[in-house]
Design a protein around this ligand. Sequence first.
Ligand SMILES: [Zn+2]
Ligand SMILES: [Zn+2]
Length: 308
Amino acid sequence: MEEITSHFSHGEGRSCVIKRRACFSASHLYKLPELSDDDNSALFGPCSIAPGHGHNYELIVTMEGELNQYGMVLNLSDVKQAIKSEVISQLDFRFLNDTWPEFDLSKSEGCLPTTESLVRVIWKRLKSHLPLKSLRLYENPKLWADYKGNAMDAYLTVQTHFAAAHRLAREDLPQNENEKIFGKCARPNGHGHNYIVDITVKGKINPRTGMICDLSALNSLINDLVVEPFDHTFLNKDIPYFADCVPTAENIALHISDKLTNPINAIGANLYKIKLQESPNNAAEVYAKVPESKTDSKDSKDRISLLR
Ligand SMILES: [Zn+2]
Ligand SMILES: [Zn+2]
């Protein structure tokens, strides 16, 4: 009977991570007043067309803390209220360029409201109210930024897809051995998947353009080096790398990582992670090796000149 008290305090003081999702719709315009229309267009493409365009943003707030006596890190209605008053009510149905002073481009310290710069400023707004661990902001389901409170460092993820066939087997093993190891995936004529690839880059947000790197340059690299060569292929036969490397999800993710690491470095960011989903049931993630000296050598001035 003396155990009843401890039963009701179970978990108190233990650490836990909680998440809260919130959505808002807003518009923005990528146009720097110090640049000509042609330069803005070259730098930002259709995002520079006035009066702007909009997105349905989705914000994921990740918090960490110790459980209280009621088994909660925080009262969720307090969390909801803080996010609503500090972020959603100020941004929802607004033109982002005209909302917060951080986006006032008439001032030299003003910054474009890109996904990565917006998530950083949202962190500034929320950090005194909530025990933040990380923030994720989706501009759309295939583009999102992560921020972990580390100065101008942020992560940007682009999601793309390709369809391809493969066969899992080692050429140096007999068929019955391959079937023992790889099961049905070793059948001689292969099978296919609709692969989904998340490419995450890490870098410093440029204080003026608000960008980690030129997004259209990043999209071109992904298209030229991954989607175009892999889409609608039989990987084992059409991609020379997989002639003698079994194209498992793990190996495909590693190969994509190796192909993208240096080109992404050349546009001023660092490849951070590749996630390859083969089906809803399995995925592989690899973290790219980032040479530390290269991380530090790119300052924001390098990046803006690369952007131009
Ligand atoms: Zn946009
Ligand atoms: Zn397969």
